[in-house]
Design a protein around this ligand. Sequence first.
Ligand SMILES: Cc1ncc(C[n+]2csc(CCOP(=O)(O)OP(=O)(O)O)c2C)c(N)n1
Ligand code: FES
Ligand SMILES: [Mg+2]
Length: 663
Amino acid sequence: MTQSSSTPARPPSPRRQWIKVLDPDELPEGRVKAVTCERATVCLTRFDGQYAALDNRCPHQGGPLGEGGIENGWLRCPWHGWDFHPTTGLPPGGYDDGVATFPVEERDDGVYVGFPPVPAHATTVADLMIETMVRWGVRHVWGMVGHSNLGLADAIRRQVEGGRLRYYGIRHEGAASFAASAYGKLTGRPAACLSIAGPGATNLLTGLWDANVDRSPVLALTGQVETQVLGPGAFQEIDLQAAFGKVAQWSQPVLGTSRHPELMNLACKSTILNRGVSHLIFPDEVTTLPTGEAEPGGPGGRVAAREIVPPATALDAALGLLREARRPVIIAGHGARFCMDAVTALAEHLSAPVLTTFKGKGLISDRHPLGCGVLGRSGTPIASWFMNESDCLLVFGASFSNHTGITPKKPTIQVDFDPLILGKFHPVDVPVWGEIEVTARLLREGLEARPATDLSAEVAERWTLWRREKARRVEDDRGRGVGAAAVFAALTRQVPEDAIIAVDVGNNTYSFGRYFECTRQSVLMSGYLGSIGFGLPAALGAWAATQEEDPRFHGRKVVSVSGDGGLGQYLTEWTTAVKYDMNITHVILNNNELGKISKEQRAGRWEVWQTALHNPSFAAYSELCGALGLRVSESQKLDEALAHALAHDGPSMVEVMSDPELI
Ligand SMILES: Cc1ncc(C[n+]2csc(CCOP(=O)(O)OP(=O)(O)O)c2C)c(N)n1
Ligand code: FES
Ligand SMILES: [Mg+2]
């Protein structure tokens, strides 16, 4: 029969794909088995000599029928015991709303199921929002996939497979947020971390607080229970907006009726401009809703240039103070990280020594004729000497923490992009609200160059004294392990000049601040939060930046340093470094104790209590994970081991058996 021209042609019915699911007699009579093909999972049954294939999802709550059993002639769901006929899928009682079935054929070589074709993917809310995130420049996500974020994870997977995003599955969500925070500190650009609802989300909190207090841009993407059960306290439901309310400067749930790209636009804009945490909450079912014709968002026209010029009055006051000063010094904090060319040019113009905060360690080379190293508790006597001898402090991007101890007793000019930081802890003579690079340039243009004074000779003289003292400490040996001065002297010799170094917290880190001499390295730390455990996950974050094209980071070596207490917090992340073949060298100072706490207990006249640690051999652990592991017990062996580990192509760990007293 021919079709009449007036009847529209019916679209050809989609062809099933016949796939072999069982060998002959693989499934005994009366048994069931789940098989997944073409993204469909079927529950195969053999009952009364007949094979059948039922949809594996129980219509009640999605229970896996293939994990159930046949009893008294009924297939029973393992979750709440609903019954279905093992071959027709129909429920008892003559109802017809059972489980869907798939056609089955018994052939000579086994049992085949006719699977329906996989429907074409329709863009979802999650697809649209993740694409928007990528358009804003987010290149990396660290996280753990799970029940309440699978729609979101699928959207991330699509971007990863398109080569526009990288994803790293970590072992604890705390490592995901630390990695993202470290990436933000290093690059100034946001990265994302992903978790499920409830415990995954709460695990993110420490790293997010790290980002919050150190002003690092981080996007937190958390799953949430379905909106239908939100409120009364469903499984893994916590009030995420309340839990993240203080740590995220922007936090919003994504609803079915939201303007989805716009929410992501605002999350990204806010994390970049406020340099803090933005948080999006994705109820499970919302992520997979179709989006129709909606277009993804992006940064075009949403972010203004930020090179703001300080007010003329503030600039004039700063110029006046600097013209009078005989010995001005510059103090650079983490906030000056991306503006050091301009700050250093100003320092050279004025022949002003440059000190840094601990978080700013390395912003000027310790080999620069005006570089004086770190000021404060983890600092050098060079920096404190020049602060005390100066008659004017010019401070860029520092927050005046106790740890740094910038004196309130000297005339001070403070420059920052955030007006709330200006004069935060004590009044300053000239607070200058402006972008640091612009302000440093304007100051240089407004000031006469100072003839090269003998200050650089004085800087060199102070370094000679300090290096002499450090050399004496390198020789210290009580026969109870390697001293920190020797470790960091060897690291100074061995670590590449442009390495990225993530440090931790504890005596090991204070010693790093004092003894390690920077050239062009970038140093990352958990500054205001001071969280032990930061070092290794931060290295995961820094390594991601080295995989980008950006010449500022591309191909640089990543080194992390921690104590045994700190590394213990995220030890399993070493398997993450192995899984993604990250070229990271981790140096652990193993002194078998929470050394900094023992010291505090002694200093406070407490009993030294509960600071001893029971450790594995970290070098052996590293080998067990599939990485290089080296152990050093004598300072003479440090250089060789470090050189070997640093040259290793892949993750390597150097465990230095350390004397807790030689710090
Ligand atoms: C998450 C967290 N818990 C506790 C502390 C308190 N704390 C500071 S240093 C330290 C000891 C660190 O020990 P270790 O990593 O072995 O370094 P060490 O001082 O021995 O070099 C502790 C527990 C902290 N800063 N962060
Ligand atoms: S999910 Fe099957 S009975 Fe509840
Ligand atoms: Mg220790």
